[in-house]
Design a protein around this ligand. Structure first.
Ligand code: ATP
Ligand code: MG
Length: 552
């Protein structure tokens, strides 16, 4: 894969040491999404880290679906996750489902019971919480804690057989109710959930808790370095406890890094799902979403996303990355690849009164001045063209170099035109301009007679193709959106995050296919939308404007 960054990070150092010391012959990592939503740019950070780490040390990476919660998971999500990982450019070695290990997990739980290290709890969820204590006070032991091994084995089996209702009993690890680490105060490891699972159907009505299942999954697959985000740091002692007491052969180690946060967006799947469910966006792949599928539909490329993830690096310090940094990488990627063309987003008709009626001439224009190999295209020019409404003012301020009555400007790839007359409708809106052109000033002929300050883009009117343009602004108005778990971020939704315009494109773009990318002169980079484009109408998503104040 091109463009791989050589930058190091603390996890790479650990892996290199483990290889050097002979601790591992081969390293194995995994990307373990829960299939309860679509992947987002934060997941991309974890994907790039796990796959490239294994790749660099000639190891393996598994894609593992962490599907231990039957209520939230769905095959739609499984399929979208596979598609997104592939699209980002990564091939997994093993494709696994945590649910395929349910038998083994059950056996390991039975082993804990037999060793006197797990017990069936009768207390309710609220009581368990109340008994747990606080950061400053130790917890209280539950009466269930002293049950005999035999009774625990019997009750756990009856939990499995469906004899109890949801919440009536749980299985807990027996560790230490006075531990300073609350996660070690007899954590719940199995719960009852009478629900159909997307993979195992109705076979189970008890499901392992994530913190119990995850270390077992890693160990079963022989994962050597289990990389997760910082909020699991306090779980690490329990992770190691499970590996040790369940007598797993392999001993994976957990390492934590800071999750990616971006300005002006929310990142948790739960919040993203809310945006979808409340119809605030038109699906998980809405171009305003920070999902991989949303970014793809907006026009992001795998290279841009991978390069972004490599650049932000991997550290333990919390940080929020400016979304302009992501934009920087798509501009970089498209600069030499995207054909340049002209599009008028808010059309204003211009009639060139001294241009021969009925005549259409073809003008030569380069496709990408920064990449001459892309060649040239032909664009028609005639007596009627469209320019941008915003490129004309009846009464301009000083230093306005675009079109106004009496002023002359250059039309990109064509001629100088001068505004002679302004046509208004009954309400005083400008609906048409009458201009004259100077045949001497044709682009490419080396005309030096006089200079003009403004250069406008335009599209010839009789051959132009209609098109729709979708311009996006951030979905969330400030950076606080990702804090907290409540719905309050919905109040910070930007009501103007989508602007839909109808205008014109050059006729030579007739065959634009979904996901084709262009640079529209002066407007930015655009992608042909795959959802709304039809045989009759091309719809473009603006990926990013041309300029930014952002410096890397
Ligand atoms: P979310 O809160 O968005 O649902 P999650 O952590 O619950 O995220 P998982 O499906 O469990 O989602 O995540 C799969 C992997 O991706 C985990 O290893 C997790 O640490 C990692 N991951 C999730 N979000 C981020 C993020 N913002 N930055 C970096 N890694 C992330
Ligand atoms: Mg989760």
């Amino acid at each position: 894969m091109e463009n791989k960054s050589n930058s190091s990070n603390f996890i790479k150092h650990i892996v290199a040491e483990d290889i050097k010391s002979g601790k591992h012959d081969e390293i194995v990592t995994r990307f373990p999404p829960e299939p309860n939503g679509y992947l987002h740019i934060g997941h991309a950070k974890s994907i790039v880290l796990n796959f490239e780490l294994a790749d660099e040390f000639k190891g393996r990476t598994n894609l593992r679906f962490d599907d231990t919660n039957p209520l939230k998971e769905d095959v739609e999500y499984v399929e979208s996750i596979k598609e997104d990982v592939k699209w980002l450019g990564y091939d997994w070695d093993g494709l696994f489902f945590a649910s395929n290990y349910f038998d083994e997990m059950y056996e390991r739980a039975v082993l804990l019971i037999k060793k006197g290290l797990a017990y069936v709890e009768d207390l309710s969820q609220e009581e368990i919480r109340a008994y747990r204590g606080t950061l400053t006070e130790p917890g209280k032991e539950s009466p269930s804690r002293t049950r005999s091994v035999e009774e625990n084995l019997d009750l756990f089996e009856r939990m499995k057989n469906g004899e109890f209702k949801n919440g009536e009993k749980v299985l807990r690890a027996k560790i230490d109710m006075a531990s300073p680490n609350i996660n070690l105060r007899d954590p719940v490891i199995y719960r009852i959930s009478h629900a159909t699972h997307h993979n195992t159907g109705d076979k189970w009505c008890i499901y392992p808790m994530y913190t119990f299942a995850h270390p077992l999954e890693d160990a079963i697959e022989g994962v050597t370095h289990s990389i997760c985000t910082l909020e699991f740091e306090d779980q690490r002692p329990f992770y190691d406890w499970v590996i040790e007491h369940c007598e797993m052969e392999a001993t994976p180690r957990q390492y934590e890094f800071a999750r990616l946060n971006l300005t002006n967006t929310v990142m948790s799947k739960r919040k993203l799902k809310l945006l979808v469910d409340e119809n605030i966006v038109d699906g998980w792949d809405d171009p305003r979403m920070p999902t991989i599928s949303g970014l793809r539909r907006k026009g992001y490329t795998p290279d841009a996303i991978r390069n972004f993830c490599r650049e932000i690096g991997v550290a333990r310090a919390f940080s929020t990355v400016d979304e302009q940094m992501l934009e920087h990488f798509i501009r970089e990627d498209l600069k030499l690849k995207a054909p340049r063309t002209m599009a008028v987003l808010k059309p204003l008709k211009v009639v060139i009164t001294n241009y021969p009626e009925g005549q259409v001439e073809m003008l030569d224009a380069e496709i990408n001045p920064e990449n001459e190999e892309m060649g040239t295209r032909q664009i028609p020019f005639s007596r009627e063209i469209y320019i941008e409404q915003d490129d004309f003012m009846v009464d301009p301020p000083k230093k306005y170099f675009r079109l106004f009555p009496g002023n002359e400007v250059r039309l990109k790839h064509a001629y100088f035109i001068k505004c002679e007359e302004v046509i208004k409708d009954e309400e005083g809106n400008v609906i048409e301009l009458r201009c004259t052109y100077d045949p001497e000033t044709k682009s490419g002929t080396g005309f030096t007679g006089r200079k003009v300050k403004g250069t406008l883009h335009w599209v010839e009117a009789t051959n132009a193709k209609e098109a729709e343009f979708r311009l996006y602004e951030p979905l969330i108005l400030d950076d606080a959106g990702d804090e907290g778990e409540d719905k309050s971020f919905l109040e910070k939704i930007n009501p103007n995050s989508l602007e839909v315009l109808k205008g014109y494109i050059e006729p030579n773009m007739g065959e634009a296919k979904p996901n084709d990318k262009f640079q529209f002169f002066r407007h930015g980079y655009f992608n042909v939308d795959k959802k709304h484009t039809t045989a009759e109408k091309v719809v473009f998503n603006r990926i990013v404007s041309l300029k930014s104040s952002f410096k890397l």
